[in-house]
Design a protein around this ligand. Structure first.
Ligand code: PMP
Length: 456
């Protein structure tokens, strides 16, 4: 089929995720056709350096034959097995055991989902079930952070604090509450880490007091806020929030959908600061995006209380594709790739990326450079002194993406122009240099536009 015909069919029939429908109809799709290593190729034959690992998920990079083999072998042997009615399957059992072995603290119980949104949704349902099981059913409120993203289910989009995910959808739900983010570049308490940490702990305590100490179930956050703009908390912030949760008697749930599987260095992002949450949600890098899968990790205490609470009754939560054998087989193969060298490679390339990105601090469009290992952002501003953003009608985000495509690179272009980066862990040091060169060319191209200069 010729590319234009595909674009036309896409326009007519394919509803896209998180997309401005009318803009998409006008613009038409960029139809991707193939991938290899760190590159994507479109139908028209253009090659792009993928600086975003698909959607921060293809952590192992493209063309990993071990993942293809794992999937095809499993599909031939046992393409599907339910986890209902006491059935199980070997890849899911092995993957749960391997992950429990490596997970922080006593997160020894793994529930597999299809992706991140249903992992968050499942974690919320398990939280309700847990508190009902221990006779604290009044704990129904959830607290999350402004700028947080926790998926697109009705539950997760309500925990999310990004306006576009709320508009028109009648969320957040009445039991979902927010406190300010640690976002250092735009924090009313300033940039001092100790002040940011103290303010967040106080905000959590105040919110719990306001809602009623016995009514709050959990606080959920990302180790690095991803979709909110790659916001890295100051060192010590996560342990302080964990300690506050323990003190307040509420669960500490860490959403590792982006930060897991080497994205910020170790296998679990929680390892960076030695966190031991009550639950972790994960997805994306779990299967390196080759097939869909997510997971919820439950502590011994939560799992045992749920099991005791249910007694002989069923815990009524489950999906047709929970613990899918093909996804689990790919997850096992991905774990092996990570541990056989990709984590170490990602850490080396991540250190190089951080060192090189600092060079952008003096670019006229870049107000803030931030990141950790293979997760980073360049925040784009119209005025570096006032930190003012470009006016929305300039469409700076779309222009940044288009300029990037012309320069042969794909990254996450946030609507305010900010560039989000999440390269795959198979990047070499010279791939990092190539990425940096293309980013500079992209920023310079956007800066060259007269209307952009006029708005600065
Ligand atoms: N939580 C976080 C922190 C995420 O970044 C995402 C996806 N970007 C999700 C949940 C939802 O995951 P999915 O898109 O796989 O449903």
């Amino acid at each position: 089929m010729i590319p234009n015909a595909l674009v036309e069919l896409d326009r007519r029939h394919l509803v896209h995720p998180v997309t401005a429908y009318r803009t998409h109809e006008e613009r038409g799709a960029t139809v991707l056709k193939s991938a290899s290593g760190v590159h994507l190729f479109d139908e028209a034959g253009n090659r792009y350096l993928d600086g975003f690992a698909g959607l921060w998920c293809v952590n192992a990079g493209y063309g990993q034959q071990a993942l293809v083999n794992a999937a095809t072998h499993q599909m031939a042997q046992l393409p599907y097995a339910t986890g209902y009615f006491h059935f199980s399957n070997e890849p899911a059992i092995r993957l749960a055991a391997e992950l429990a072995d490596r997970a922080p603290g006593d997160l020894n119980h793994v529930y597999f989902t299809l992706g991140g949104s249903d992992a968050v949704d499942s974690a919320v349902r398990f939280t309700h079930y847990y508190f009902n099981a221990i006779g604290q059913g009044a704990r129904r409120n959830f607290i999350s952070l402004e700028y947080g993203y926790h998926g697109s289910s009705t539950t997760g989009s309500g925990l999310t604090a990004l306006p576009v995910f709320h508009a028109g959808f009648n969320v957040p739900l009445p039991n979902q509450h927010k406190i300010p983010s640690h976002y250092a570049y735009r924090n009313p308490v300033g940039t001092d880490p100790a002040a940011i940490i103290a303010a967040s702990v106080q905000a959590l305590r105040d919110k719990v007091a306001e809602l009623g100490a016995d009514t709050v179930a959990a606080f959920i956050c990302e180790p690095v806020q991803g979709s909110g703009g790659v916001l890295v908390p100051p060192t010590g912030w996560l342990p302080a929030m964990q300690a506050a949760c323990r003190d307040l008697g509420i669960l500490f749930i860490v959403d590792e959908v982006i930060t897991g599987f080497g994205r910020i260095g170790p296998l679990f992002g929680c390892e960076v600061e030695g966190l031991e949450p009550d639950m972790i949600t994960a997805a994306k890098g779990l299967t390196s995006g080759y097939v869909p899968m997510g997971a919820v990790f439950l502590s011994d205490r939560i799992y045992q209380a749920m099991a005791d609470g249910a007694g002989a009754a069923m815990v009524g939560h489950g999906f047709t594709y929970s613990a899918h054998p093909v996804s689990a087989a790919v997850g096992l193969a991905a774990l092996k790739l990570y541990e056989d060298g990709l984590l170490a490679n990602g850490q080396a390339s991540g250190a190089h990326l951080m060192a090189r990105l600092v060079e952008f601090a003096d670019h006229p469009l870049v107000g803030d450079v931030r990141g950790i290992s293979m997760l980073a952002a360049l925040e784009v501003v119209a005025n570096k002194d006032t930190k003012a953003l470009f006016p929305a009608d300039l469409g700076i985000g779309a222009r940044m993406a288009a300029a990037g495509n012309r320069q042969g690179v794909i990254f996450r272009a946030f609507p305010n122009g900010t560039i989000g980066l999440a390269p795959s862990l198979n990047y070499s040091l010279s791939d990092v240099d190539d990425l940096v060169a293309r980013l500079r060319a992209t920023l310079d191209e956007v800066l060259d536009a007269p209307d952009v200069r006029a708005a600065m």
